[in-house]
Design a protein around this ligand. Structure first.
Ligand SMILES: NC(=O)c1ccc[n+]([C@@H]2O[C@H](COP(=O)([O-])OP(=O)(O)OC[C@H]3O[C@@H](n4cnc5c(N)ncnc54)[C@H](OP(=O)(O)O)[C@@H]3O)[C@@H](O)[C@H]2O)c1
Length: 303
C-alpha cells in the first residue's frame, strides 16, 4: 500500500536527462513519492518503483481531466520539459494552472538557466520563451502557491560545452568569445537536480528566483582547471562579442530552419556577455548540499 501521507512530487519530463536526476534526488529523501510524467512509459519502465508511479502524459494533447489526474495530490510539480513556446509557455501555463487547482504548494518550471531575468530580450529565443512564461506565471502566485525559477548558470558538462562550441575534448581545444575573463556561473546537472528536489520539498516559502551555483569562474580559469587534469590544450579566441552577435545574426538569416546553426551562439552570447550572472546565491538554504566547483567536477571526469 502506498503511504499517502508522504509528500508527492510530480515530475514532468521525468524521462529526460534532468528529469531522471531530479527523480533520483527526490528518492534520496525518505518517504517521498514521485509521479513521473512520461510520454512513452515503455521507455521509462526502469523508473517505476514502490515510490515512483509512472504516469503516461503528453502535455501537447492533455485534456483538463488529464492535467487534473497528472497533478492530483501533488505537494509540488516540477517541470523539466523541453520544447518550443507551445510547451515552454502555453503548455507549462496549463500544467501550472492544474498544479494550483490541485492545491500544490509550488510549481517549478523548466528554466535551469543563467539569469534569464537580466539577459536582454532578443538575445536567446529559448530564454525569451522562459521569461515570457515567468511574466505570465507571476500573476498566479499567491500566499499558498509559489512559482520558483531554479537558476544555476550553465551545466558543467562535456556535451553542453560541446553544444556551445566551447570545448572539443577529443582535439583538446577550448574556444571562447570576448576576452575570456568574463565570469560565468557553473553547476553540475546532479547538483542542480539536488537543489531542485530540495526546493520542491521545502516546507518554508521559497524565493521566486532561486539562484544556486557550484562555482563562478571565467572560461580561461575553466581552461586552466581542465588542463591541470587533462594536460596541455589549445585555447582559441573566436572573436569579440560584437563579432559573436554579428555571426549569430548572419546564421539566423542564412539558415533560419537550422536551429543548431544559431542557437548555440545565442547561448554563447548569454554565457560570454556577462549580462546573465546569477543574483545572490540561495544555496545556504540547503546546507546539506555542497555543490561541486569547476575544478572538482573536472577532477571527477564530468567534463
Ligand atoms: N543551463 C544549461 O546549461 C542547460 C543545459 C541543458 C539543458 N538545460 C535545461 O534543462 C531543462 C531540461 O533539459 P534536458 O536536457 O533534461 O531535456 P530532455 O532530456 O530533452 O528532456 C525533456 C523531457 O521533456 C519531455 N517532453 C517534451 N515535450 C513534451 C510534451 N509535449 N509532453 C510531455 N513531455 C514532453 C520529453 O519527453 P520524451 O522523453 O518523451 O521525449 C523529455 O523527457 C530544459 O529547460 C533545458 O533548457 C539547461
Amino acid at each position: 500500500m502506498p503511504n499517502t501521507t508522504a509528500p508527492l512530487v510530480v515530475v514532468a519530463g521525468a524521462n529526460g536527462r534532468l528529469g531522471r536526476l531530479i527523480v533520483a534526488s527526490l528518492l534520496t529523501q525518505p518517504g517521498v513519492r514521485v509521479r513521473a510524467l512520461v510520454r512513452r512509459p515503455a521507455e521509462a519502465a526502469d523508473l517505476r518503483s514502490d515510490r515512483v508511479e509512472l504516469h503516461t502524459f503528453d502535455l501537447s494533447t492533455a485534456t483538463d481531466a488529464e492535467l487534473g489526474a497528472a497533478t492530483a495530490g501533488a505537494f509540488a510539480v516540477v517541470s523539466t520539459l523541453q520544447g518550443g513556446p507551445d510547451v515552454i509557455i502555453d503548455g507549462q501555463l496549463k500544467l501550472m494552472a492544474a498544479a494550483k487547482a490541485a492545491g500544490a504548494r509550488r510549481f517549478i518550471p523548466s528554466d535551469y538557466s543563467y539569469n534569464m531575468f537580466t539577459l536582454p530580450p532578443g538575445v536567446n529565443i529559448n530564454t525569451d520563451w522562459r521569461r515570457a512564461f515567468a511574466e505570465r506565471a507571476s500573476a498566479a502566485r499567491s500566499a499558498d502557491f509559489e512559482v520558483v525559477h531554479v537558476l544555476q548558470g550553465i551545466f558543467i558538462d562535456r556535451l553542453v560545452m560541446g553544444f556551445l562550441g566551447v570545448l572539443d575534448a577529443e582535439r583538446r581545444v577550448i574556444r571562447y568569445w570576448g576576452d575570456g575573463q568574463t565570469l560565468i556561473d557553473w553547476t553540475t546537472w546532479e547538483d542542480t537536480a539536488a537543489f531542485t528536489a530540495a526546493a520542491a520539498l521545502d516546507e518554508r516559502p521559497v524565493p521566486e528566483r532561486l539562484f544556486v551555483s557550484g562555482d563562478r569562474r571565467s572560461l580561461l580559469d575553466f581552461a586552466e582547471a581542465w588542463s591541470a587534469v587533462y594536460g596541455p590544450l589549445t585555447v582559441e579566441r573566436l572573436g569579440s562579442l560584437d563579432e559573436l552577435k554579428a555571426e549569430t545574426a548572419r546564421r539566423l538569416a542564412t539558415s533560419p530552419q537550422d536551429m543548431y546553426a544559431w542557437l548555440p551562439l545565442m547561448y554563447a552570447q548569454g554565457v560570454f556577455g556577462g549580462e546573465a550572472l546569477l543574483g545572490p546565491s540561495e544555496a545556504g538554504r540547503y546546507p546539506e548540499l555542497r555543490p561541486l566547483t569547476v575544478a572538482e567536477a573536472i577532477a571527477r571526469g564530468v567534463v
